[in-house]
Design a protein around this ligand. Structure first.
Ligand code: IPE
Ligand code: IPE
Ligand code: MG
Length: 315
């Protein structure tokens, strides 16, 4: 990078951070880290080197996320489909992931952030060494609740639903759960990880150019209508500005959602005559979780650009 490019990158990054700081950040971000092998190929390197560089990016993303105030980060490290890769690639990948789990245990950032590590997936399919390393990371951090790092390992979204169904069926058989009590919350609590349910996802990010979800967190992303950000860089080349852009996409989406909500409330209330601003605020807040400051901003914005809307509201 030339000095000029570095200067531009730095200014752009500062600008993005400034924009982002003005709005709420997503509380749960999930990432499909894709493109390690293509990165290696592009640079004429061994595949394994792509995975090593990719793991470095993951470490950086932890810093970027938790510094911004994101509470939960879920990363897709190895899917059930990835078991079809060669034994050599799998062995190297598993060793690398195990090494990273041990590094997490000794890294002072884990403790200063009070970061809890949770693993989700069919852990029993993993080789013993990796299973043990994953357990060590979970055990070491089990009392932390500052931020959460969830690692999807031997993970498949449909399999997660199959496993949850089995768990619930077993509870019904043992009279620990009754059929009529099954609801969305109960299903969420029976998904991975066994140590507590994962909250719904607010933003899903995929690198490497493919725009698909690859069986990742179907339950936690779909019902929540989470924002999605697909980008071209391979995982090892994913930069902080790419991450900040993803956050901005979430914030823009969230603003649109809030705007539509307020608009719907105004229309609904208008059936009963002039719309009181206070009613719009309390209804949007109470039922749809839009903060008061945002509602006021949105009402002003809507009224400024729309004469009909302006005349509907009692100021
Ligand atoms: C993502 O990169 C990492 C894992 C799936 C483990 P890939 O290994 O899928 O790399 P590409 O997508 O083939 O380049
Ligand atoms: C997605 O990458 C899964 C992980 C990042 C672990 P893949 O490279 O395995 O995905 P597909 O099969 O190309 O969708
Ligand atoms: Mg891939």
């Amino acid at each position: 990078m030339s000095i000029f490019e570095k200067f531009l990158y730095g200014s752009y990054e500062t600008l993005l951070v400034k924009e982002i700081k003005d709005h709420p950040v997503p509380s749960h971000v999930a990432i499909i880290m894709d493109g390690n092998r293509r990165f290696a190929e592009k640079h004429g390197l061994m595949r394994y080197y792509g995975h090593v560089k990719g793991a470095d990016t993951t470490e950086n993303v932890l810093d970027w996320s938790f510094d911004l105030g994101i509470k939960q980060l879920t990363v897709y490290a190895f899917s059930t489909e990835n078991f079809e890769r060669t034994d050599d690639e799998k062995k190297k990948l598993f060793d690398l992931i195990g090494f990273k789990f041990d590094k997490i245990c000794s890294d002072e950032r884990t403790h200063s952030r009070r970061m809890r590590v949770r693993v989700l997936g069919q852990i029993n399919l993993l080789p013993p060494d990796l299973k043990a390393a994953a357990k060590r990371a979970e055990e070491t951090t089990k009392n932390y609740n500052g931020v959460y790092l969830n690692v999807a390992l031997a993970y498949g979204g449909r399999q997660e639903l199959v496993d949850a169904t089995r768990k619930m069926a077993a509870k019904i058989r043992n009279a620990k759960l009754s059929l009529k009590d099954i609801n969305e919350d109960v299903i969420s609590r029976n998904l991975y990880p066994s140590s507590g349910s994962l909250p719904y996802v607010d933003l899903i990010v995929r690198t490497g150019g493919d725009e698909r979800i690859s069986n990742f967190l179907p339950w936690q992303t779909n019902g929540n209508e989470c924002a999605a950000y697909f980008c071209a860089p391979f995982w090892p080349e994913f930069r902080r500005i790419d991450f900040l852009r993803a956050i901005r996409t979430y914030q823009t989406r969230e603003h649109e959602r809030q705007k539509n909500t307020v608009l719907r409330v105004v229309k609904l209330l208008s059936y009963y005559g002039k719309v009181e601003v206070e009613d719009v605020i309390s209804m949007s807040r109470e039922y749809l979780d839009v903060p008061k400051g945002e509602v006021v901003k949105i009402i002003n914005e809507l009224a400024r650009h729309n004469v009909v809307m302006h005349s509907m509201i009692k100021w």
